[in-house]
Structure formats: structure tokens, C-alpha cells
Design a protein around this ligand. Structure first.
Ligand SMILES: [Zn+2]
Length: 506
């Protein structure tokens, strides 16, 4: 204990000293991070060494000696990894009001991939213009959202298949997004308006994205009742559109399917063996965040049988927690079981009542729902083609927005030892970069962007819980975005070096 404290004291002094550039005459503009345990994002074993940054790029890696006049940072043996890439994120919501993005960077995330679930907060061109005018601490890449495009073309008359003419108009909007730098097409086929699309419509639009070298990522058509059909559908889309497809936030979100991760991965592996590049991403929580309507795939919100089915098979009444509810904000934080008790109704009737009362335009509601088992999450998270995502947003109270990445490092690396540190970091960096077609981020090598995270593998941990959702992660010591420090000593530095990341060929 004493020696540990003494060591910490010495380390502190050394940090104070090492943060100061020595010599002043050469005018070197580089930074050298020394004494790091480098985990480079490829899955290769950690190696001791140094990393030199010049401007926004990494220029040297390995046994590198400090240059005269160079800023030197002593990593004290901590792990230096590429900045994490959040494969499925809603963190653009509120980003221009919270430009330091501290919930994100405090997890070590340096790039967020948005436009997910078919829904774009901003069209691609507008998002990137905003990024340019009002940069944030993190980089942003985006898909073109199918639902947004569908809404623009079909308006309120979306509860049907699109006509050939409407699909043609959607195609040109997808093309517009791709030309502005979109990564590909993202769908949310379990939500309005995407749920009303035919597979043929989706294939047509996916092909349009492919024309530009784009990819396809999907919140599949059902994560519960029709999950196996939904999985077949995404495989079919990959086969017919001849492009990489990704099952985003992989789940077995129905009590009936719990324990069937082998069957799930079997479908994906067979598709891969057939030559379809199907991948996944996942977050490490057994409860999701969505809205009440997601429990009714047939949109029959007044059908008691459907309500009861959802509670018996998808998520139990004590596993559904209201996280937003504008018609009666006092209910937020309570479970459906508790609300039912308060109202003196049974849970199915309560569920239908909550939906009816929030159906007015402008009403807002959201829930967290118990949907998974941790056994299934563990089986899916170790799949070599699964990257890590948060599915979080700056404005949401689900703990994943502030702890997904650090929870993987705490639970699956340190506590359960299901993933090596190198493999976990690959899933957060190199693999996610490959899944969106980036080769110059997500890896520590000369020439790559200097998005970096310095972390302590012995202490890194999530702190956010449903009871204390705003708590930030710990053990992330320093974060660089494009060569600039955005987090230090657990605090955002208040600089905004994040860039708009366009698809590489644009
Ligand atoms: Zn989703």
C-alpha cells in the first residue's frame, strides 16, 4: 500500500515534469508519448514503446527517442490505444449544445457513427456543414437514414409499400446523401416509417448506396417475434445488393429466444461462408432503450392480446421502465408493474393506456426494457466480427451512453476475462473502422490520424447506472482527437478538434 502510494506520488511528479517541453530553441511542434503499452487496434499483442504525433497524424511508433524541444508525455506504462469508434451512436443529438461531448470522450470514444436506425437528426450535408461551423470534441461519420428519406418522400402517407416512383425519388435522396459523404444506408425496420417498407424497396435503396461504395447497417425488422425472419432478410439484402451488411446492436430480445446465440451466429456464419460480408455490433447491457410502440410490431396498440404477448414474451412488466413520458412526467423512473399498481389496472391495460395517452402529436415517451440475458451478450460479444457500440445519446438516460466502452473493458476484459485487452480494443477501433470503410483511423501506425486514448486497464470502469445515469467513466486518463488533447484528468479540455468524416472516396 505504502509503496503503491509512493509510486503514485512519484508518477504525479513525473507527470508534472514531463508535461513541460524541455529545451525551447528547436521549435519542434511534435509530441512524443513515451513509456506506453501500445495496443494498436489490430489485435496484435501490446508492446512497449513510444508514439510521435505531428499535427493531426501519428508519424512514428516504436522505440523512438525524444527530439530536442519536443513535448514529451510519460504514459507510465499505461495502455495507449487508438481512440474508440462508436459503431452505432445517437450522440449527435445535442452535440452542438454539448460540444465537449464529455459522456463520449470520457469513455475513450473519439469518433461517433450516426444516422442510425434509419433516422438522421440532420441530412448528411447539413450535419457536415454544422460540424464545420461548430466543431465538437469528437469526429462524426454518418449513414444515410432510410426512414428519413422515406418520410421526406411519403410524408404522413407512409403506412404502405412505396410506389416505383416513390422509390425512385428515395433513390435520388440516398444518392444525394452518399455524394455528401455518407457511409451507406442505415435502416430501422422495426420503427415507423421503415417498418412499412418491402424488402425490395430496401434492396433498391441499398444498391444505390453501393453504387458509391457504401455499406448497409440495420436495426433489423424484428428483434423479438420475427427475429429469425428479420435475420434472413438482412442476409438476403446482402446477397441481392452485393454489399457488406451489419446487424446493428445484436440482440436476442425475446424471452423465447434466450440461450439461442449459437443459432443466431450460425445464421451469420453460414452467410459469411456463402460470401456475404455480414458483421455485427453490440452494447453490453441487458436492457434496451426505445419507445412503447416498438412492443407492437403490428401497430395494434389497442389489442389486448398483443399487449399481453409483449409482456409475456418480450419484456416483463417489472423490466419495462419509463424513461420519458410527457403526458405524466411523474411516472418517469417507474416500472410498468409499479405504474399498473398505482393506477389499479393490470399491466397489459396500463401499457395500452400509456400508449393511448402519448399518441398526440408532440407527446414524448421512451422506455428501457429488459431484453437480453448476460449469457447471450457474452456469447455474441466475443464473435470475431462483432464490434462495440453504445447506441447511446448525450440526451438519453440509458447508462450505455456514458459507459458502454468502459463497461466492456471492466466486465469482459478485467472481471470475466472473456476478451483479451487487445481483442476488446480491436473491437472498439480497427474492426469498427473496417466496418465503415476507414483505413486511417482505429489503428496506431505512422500516417494514421492521431485519435488516441491513454487508459489504465487496472481501473478503467463505467459508473453510469439507471439510478445514477449521469456518472462518467473512470480510468480513461487522456484522449486525443486529431492530435489535440480533449480529455485530461477526467475533464474535458474545452477544445473542439473533431472533424466531419466523409466516406473515403468522397
Ligand atoms: Zn436501434
Amino acid at each position: 500500500m505504502i509503496s503503491a502510494r509512493l509510486f503514485a506520488g512519484i508518477a504525479c511528479l513525473a507527470m508534472l515534469w514531463s508535461g513541460v517541453a524541455f529545451g525551447a530553441d528547436s521549435g519542434a511542434t511534435t509530441t512524443l508519448i513515451v513509456n506506453a503499452s501500445i495496443v494498436d487496434g489490430t489485435g496484435s499483442p501490446a508492446r512497449a514503446g513510444a508514439v510521435r504525433i505531428d499535427g493531426d497524424r501519428i508519424v512514428e511508433v516504436g522505440e523512438v527517442e525524444p527530439k530536442h524541444g519536443e513535448r514529451v508525455i510519460d504514459a507510465h506504462g499505461l495502455t495507449l490505444a487508438p481512440g474508440f469508434i462508436d459503431a452505432h451512436s445517437h450522440h449527435e443529438e445535442g452535440l452542438f449544445e454539448m460540444r465537449d461531448a464529455s459522456p463520449v470522450v470520457s469513455q475513450g470514444v473519439t469518433t461517433i457513427v450516426v444516422g442510425q436506425d434509419g433516422s438522421m437528426t440532420y441530412p448528411v450535408k447539413e450535419l457536415f456543414e454544422r460540424m464545420q461551423a461548430t466543431p465538437a470534441a469528437v469526429n462524426v461519420a454518418t449513414f444515410v437514414g432510410h426512414g428519413s428519406v422515406r418520410s421526406e418522400v411519403m410524408g404522413k402517407d407512409f403506412k404502405r409499400h412505396a410506389t416505383a416512383d416513390e422509390i425512385a425519388r428515395m433513390r435520388s435522396l440516398v444518392a444525394e446523401g452518399m455524394q455528401a459523404g455518407g457511409l451507406g444506408l442505415a435502416t430501422g425496420l422495426e420503427y415507423d416509417p421503415g417498418i412499412y417498407s418491402s424488402t425490395e424497396e430496401v434492396v433498391e435503396l441499398a444498391k444505390e448506396a453501393r453504387r458509391f461504395g457504401g455499406r448497409y447497417i440495420s436495426h433489423v425488422r424484428s428483434e423479438d417475434r420475427y427475429f429469425w425472419e428479420a435475420l434472413d432478410e438482412i442476409v438476403r439484402i446482402g446477397r441481392e445488393a452485393k454489399m457488406p451488411v451489419q446487424v446493428t446492436h445484436m440482440k436476442l430480445a425475446m424471452i423465447d429466444w434466450w440461450g439461442q446465440s449459437e443459432r443466431f451466429l450460425g445464421v451469420l456464419e453460414r452467410a459469411r461462408a456463402e460470401g456475404i460480408d455480414v458483421t455485427g455490433d453490440i452494447y453490453p447491457y441487458d436492457y434496451w432503450h426505445s419507445d412503447l410502440t416498438v412492443l407492437f410490431p403490428k401497430r395494434d396498440f389497442t389489442n389486448r392480446e398483443s399487449a399481453q404477448f409483449a409482456l409475456d414474451h418480450v419484456s416483463p412488466p417489472d423490466g419495462i421502465i419509463l424513461s420519458r413520458y410527457s403526458p405524466e412526467p411523474g411516472l418517469v423512473g417507474l416500472s410498468l408493474a409499479e405504474i399498473a399498481k398505482r393506477k389499479g389496472m393490470d399491466p397489459a391495460a396500463t401499457l395500452m393506456d400509456l400508449i393511448a395517452r402519448s399518441s398526440d402529436e408532440g407527446a414524448d415517451q421512451a422506455i428501457m426494457g429488459k431484453g437480453m440475458t448476460y449469457e447471450d451478450i457474452a456469447a455474441l460479444i466475443v464473435w470475431p466480427h462483432a464490434s462495440i457500440c453504445s447506441d447511446g445519446s448525450l440526451t438519453s438516460m440509458h447508462p450505455r451512453g456514458r459507459g458502454a466502452f468502459t463497461k466492456v473493458l471492466r466486465v469482459y476484459v478485467r472481471e470475466q476475462k472473456l476478451l483479451s485487452l487487445e481483442e476488446a480494443i480491436r473491437k472498439m477501433t480497427g474492426l469498427s473502422a473496417a466496418h465503415i470503410g476507414l483505413s486511417d483511423r482505429g489503428v496506431i501506425r505512422p500516417g494514421a490520424y492521431a485519435d488516441l486514448v491513454l487508459l489504465d486497464p487496472a481501473t478503467v470502469a463505467d459508473r453510469s447506472t439507471p439510478e445514477d445515469p449521469l456518472a462518467l467513466s473512470v480510468g480513461i486518463e487522456k484522449v486525443w482527437v486529431n492530435g489535440v488533447v480533449v480529455l485530461e484528468g477526467g475533464k474535458a479540455t474545452g477544445v473542439f478538434p473533431g472533424k466531419a468524416i466523409r466516406r473515403p472516396s468522397t
